[in-house]
Design a protein around this ligand. Structure first.
Ligand SMILES: [Zn+2]
Length: 148
């Protein structure tokens, strides 16, 4: 039921959005060394390693440039209104649209009295890297809460 989620560039580098350029560069260098196709030895020179190297390289190209990084950060925020870190290091993300659609649906099926009692709304969210799913609930006054 999980849609394939586009890989987060910070996840690709094993970095976080608050990391400085130096920290990102450090991560990139480590990964580039680890996965560089020239360094592949023996039978482990698999396609997946080359693919990882290309992903790391592409992520770094975007994040190493102040302008493209800022653009990417903005896109990223748009995409996920609320995010929550999974224990695997991945991310659960709920978009503004999902919250909006579900809230509207709930508003239609509940009356005012029920709303005042603190009616919750919620969606199931998949981690973008592992198979864990959490239920994200929020009060219809938009205070988000996370529960497993
Ligand atoms: Zn996970």
């Amino acid at each position: 039921m999980c849609d394939p989620v586009r890989k987060d560039l910070y996840d690709v580098l094993g970095a976080s959005p608050s990391d400085s350029l130096q920290q990102l560069r450090h991560r990139y260098k480590q990964l580039a060394l680890k996965y560089h196709p020239d360094r592949l030895e023996g039978e482990h020179s698999s396609e997946s390693r080359v693919k990882t190297f290309l992903e790391v390289d592409a992520a770094w190209k975007i994040l190493s440039d102040q302008t493209t990084r800022r653009q990417y950060d903005m896109q990223r925020r748009d995409e996920y209104e609320y995010t929550y870190c999974c224990r695997c290091g991945g991310r659960f993300g709920v978009s503004k649209d999902e919250v909006e659609v579900e809230t509207q649906r709930m508003l239609q099926i509940h009356n005012d009295e029920e709303m005042h009692k603190g009616q919750h709304s919620g969606v199931l969210v998949c981690c973008n890297t592992c198979s864990l799913t959490i239920c994200v609930t929020w009060l219809l006054n938009q205070n988000m809460q996370m529960s497993k």
